[in-house]
Design a protein around this ligand. Structure first.
Ligand SMILES: Cc1cc2nc3c(=O)[nH]c(=O)nc-3n(C[C@H](O)[C@H](O)[C@H](O)COP(=O)(O)OP(=O)(O)OC[C@H]3O[C@@H](n4cnc5c(N)ncnc54)[C@H](O)[C@@H]3O)c2cc1C
Length: 489
């Protein structure tokens, strides 16, 4: 195997510290050693499994890493971290592989793949669980369901525990049970120096603060301990309306969803109707507004709460019904499809004002194509009642979030998808304030300041200085260490 060229070290006189042959020899020996000591697999270019495992969810990114280490336990992760650091390699950390920015792989560096770390241990008496980062949220929901328990998470079943649980976690139960990070008790973490430590309210409390929202900046999480909450049967599903009255429907949606009790979490979408059996044939391919919802709690009370959302106009389909919580993920199966190109941008809003919704509808109508999907979430509830500085997630006061996406096969012209995404994003900019780390694409360094306002950013920099001064964990929405390179090394 060819050594990664970008790891060559240079002396002050500009000469390579070692010849290419020496690098190659040393690198090959290091890979042999790595392969012999990890219990998982080391996949290299040319291996059949490498071709499968190098792929990530977002088809826009076609990376060829130098090696993929498929870890089976925390010790494998420690070994792989030490290898990446000693070889000076670019490092990607991958749990579920759903990084919108394409951070879960790279060219010519190392991928530490955690998808085999799927152990889940449930304590049904104390309502806690220990989750491996490689689990998906669909797997977590299905495993907890027989116990009548659940864990507030995202909306799409295939998203990984690892990435979402370090970023925030905004989903079907966010207003009822808060962000996923709000239910974290502890994180087991391999740090840049290869140590395995535990961060909780009592152990490394400042690190624990930063891990809840700071993404993968400080180490690799090998297990999470979480508080669970009731799951069981929810009232959930979707109502679809024709988009002719989109502005009226969205204004009513925003008003009703914000006034609803915490038990109701919702999301509205604007898209072209899919050719699904529940959409009347003459409406398929026409613009629709959907309201997706999940009510946890007493079902008859839920029927009363959701009734006004079902009566905003005449629905073309109403799929709301009691269902086991894991079934609700069927609504977002499109998000599970791997390999489509995805162009997405997101924004938080203090609130969804009439003016902002007017602009959104007007702009969306002018750029709408079969690939367009706009999602609006009314937030608040339990998520907003945690103190703003309790975790590194900054935007708890925001009442609204928009995600603008274009999903398409690779054959569709990428620049036109990106341009349409950008057009809607720009139109909404005057009303927006901040962004969620999980929904930031490859948007440049400045955008990190929109995730983390100064007071939070400064605390994260202090943690970076302490736990990763050389920025080994650099492929993420990156917090830069302020330690000079010569001192950090
Ligand atoms: C289709 C889709 C739907 C989504 N829906 C939601 C949603 O409803 N709610 C929501 O809150 N978010 C949602 N997200 C955003 C999601 O939370 C982030 O993309 C998240 O990072 C994905 O986690 P992952 O483990 O699947 O991704 P990965 O690509 O594996 O990881 C993403 C990044 O997280 C870091 N990371 C991952 N695992 C670890 C680990 N164990 N230790 C340290 N760092 C790690 C790394 O920096 C990595 O680059 C969605 C994303 C997609 C693509």
């Amino acid at each position: 195997m060819k050594y990664p060229q970008d790891t060559v070290q240079y002396n002050l006189d500009g000469q390579a510290a070692m010849s290419a042959q020496e690098y190659q020899y040393n690198y090959d020996r290091a890979v042999e050693k790595l392969t012999s000591i990890v219990r998982g697999d080391v996949l290299l270019p040319g291996d059949a499994a490498y071709e499968v495992e190098r792929k990530v969810w977002n088809g826009r990114f076609d990376f060829h890493p130098a090696a993929i280490v498929r870890c089976v336990d925390a010790e494998d992760v420690r070994i792989a971290v030490n290898f990446a650091r000693e070889q000076g390699m670019t490092l990607s950390v991958r749990s579920g592989g759903h990084s919108i920015a394409g951070h879960s792989s790279n060219n010519n560096g190392l991928v530490i793949d955690l998808s085999n770390l799927k152990t889940i241990t449930i304590d049904p008496v104390n309502h806690t669980a220990r989750l491996g980062p490689g689990l998906t949220w669909g797997e977590v929901a299905n495993t907890l369901q027989p116990f009548g328990l659940a864990m507030t998470a995202g909306d799409v079943a295939s998203v990984g525990v690892g990435g979402l649980l370090l970023g925030g976690g905004i989903g079907w139960m966010v207003r009822a049970y808060g962000l996923s990070i709000d239910r974290l008790r502890s994180v087991e973490l391999v740090t840049a120096d290869g140590q395995l430590l535990r961060a909780s309210a009592d152990e490394h409390p400042e690190l624990f603060w930063g891990l809840r929202g700071g993404g993968g900046n400080f180490g690799i999480a090998t297990a999470f301990e979480v508080d669970l909450h009731p799951g069981g049967t929810i009232l959930g599903g979707a109502i679809f309306y024709e988009a002719a009255e989109a502005e009226h429907i969205l204004k009513e949606y925003a008003r009703l969803a914000a006034a609803a009790p915490d038990e109701l979490s919702t999301e509205a979408i604007i898209a072209l109707a899919p050719p699904a059996p529940f959409i009347p044939p003459d409406k398929q391919g026409t613009p629709i507004v959907g309201i997706l919802l999940c009510y946890t709690g007493d079902l008859s009370a839920g029927e009363r709460v959701v009734a006004p959302l079902r009566q905003i106009a005449t629905p073309i389909a109403d799929l709301i019904a009691p269902m086991p919580y894991p079934n609700i993920f069927a609504l977002t199966e499109i998000g599970e499809v791997t390999g489509l190109q995805h162009h997405g941008r997101s924004q938080f809003f203090e609130t969804f004002s009439d003016e902002m919704l007017h602009t959104l509808v007007e702009t969306t109508q002018s750029v709408m194509s079969p690939e367009t999907m706009i999602s609006l979430r009314v937030l608040g509830g339990a998520m907003s009642r945690v103190a703003p500085d309790a975790t590194a997630f900054a935007h708890r006061d925001k009442q609204g979030m928009v995600l603008i996406t274009h999903f398409a096969p690779l054959s569709v012209d990428a620049s036109s998808l990106a341009a349409r995404t950008q057009q809607i994003f720009q139109a909404l900019m005057p009303y927006a304030n901040g962004v969620y780390v999980g929904f930031v694409a490859d948007e440049g360094e400045q955008r990190v300041c929109d995730i983390y306002p100064p007071a939070i950013y400064d605390r994260l920099v202090a943690l970076k200085n302490q736990y990763d001064p050389t920025n080994l964990f650099g492929l993420n929405q990156n917090i830069k260490s302020s330690v000079p390179a010569i001192l950090a090394a």
